[in-house]
Design a protein around this ligand. Sequence first.
Ligand SMILES: C[S@@+](CC[C@H](N)C(=O)[O-])C[C@H]1O[C@@H](n2cnc3c(N)ncnc32)[C@H](O)[C@@H]1O
Length: 411
Amino acid sequence: MKKLFEFTKLLQKESKLDPWLARVLITELLWGKKRLSGESKPVKTILSYHTTFINNTEDDDHPALEKERRNVQLPRYARVNTLYWSVKEAVDYLRNEGWILAKEGDRELFPSSDHFRCDKLIPGVLAFPPGTQLYDHPLYRDRSILLQDKASCLASYVLSPPEGSFVLDMCAAPGMKTTHLAAIMNNKGTIYAVEKDPKRYETLCKFVEEAGASCVKTLQKDSVTLKRESVPGVEYILVDPSCTGSGMVKRPVSGCFEEESQDERLHKLVGFQKRILYHALTEFPSARRVLYSTCSVLSAENEEVVSSTLRNLQKNEQKWHLVDPLPEWSGRGCEDEYPGIGKLCIYASFEEHMTNGFFMAMFERDDISSSSGSNKRDIHASNQLDCHPDRDDVQQKPKKLKKKKKILDET
Ligand SMILES: C[S@@+](CC[C@H](N)C(=O)[O-])C[C@H]1O[C@@H](n2cnc3c(N)ncnc32)[C@H](O)[C@@H]1O
């Protein structure tokens, strides 16, 4: 695909064409259904290059192979469920099993297939060599560790509600971010976890229970029409809506848009994303911070949603602004196209951060003073592990975990 872009100079010649939409459309045209439907501008543009593409593709250009190559290199991330035990206890347990904690000075990320790492940024995120199978591991089976990509962990980490907060997760199933929020809050406070889809709601309830997230109140409702009375007092809101998933390394490259064209699907998703985000920012009077996140790398679902929402808020005299939730992070949105906005938006990517593609933008209410609205991430420092402990003492799994394992065995 890269060669195809270079040869045709498509992105330079068609500067308004979103690169990721171009990838999706070209994939569908050359390796998927082999046709594009609809009359939209992007579809017409890609069709006008059809012959050039056909004459200049080789088997090796297949994007599925590109994804496969990336997939092979993506570390297997896991999050320690700190509701059951500490990061230090988890690391000691793994070392006792024969895993080796990679050292800061190691030249390679994973010097051997026995090495693992503690993420330097997000407490409790562990990285194992690509391809490590953890689905059958007892720690995963009893939810002492959860299989969650680092990028997905970023959302709860940057929202970081303090203990005792009231939090609303508007698109909650299967509950990865909900349970992470509960762990960050040490189960102190209240998280309203809302999911519209009945099947996914069941999955959410089961997962919340298994992960021991007792501060979560699940609600099967449509968040777009959710009223403030159903979730009183919310201060922190996570909006993690359905999206194209274009940032997911493992996402199938074709066959995922059976009934409608990619364009129609994107259009519907963007409409929904704008509605739910605007509702989050206007319905809940005590909300102070709202985090918008997607696992998409399309600006249409990201910066475009954020900038159009800011315009609407301004029009309706709703006072919110964007804040930089992670100043130390390198991946940013497009500042040229979205001045004043792009630089405050966060992107995670496989190429730069060895994660799935992910996007975040943090809204803060204007009248919240910077000190009272500041992130309380430091309260979780006690859970953070020195990633290079020169210690060989190995601890037993804690009592609480043993208790949990017993409960699961009995059910
Ligand atoms: C990207 S997933 C959320 C992933 C989740 N935050 C996590 O980390 O596990 C989006 C979810 O939003 C749900 N959803 C879509 N529209 C909704 C709505 N109007 N109200 C509530 N939930 C909705 C979808 O069914 C889906 O489960």
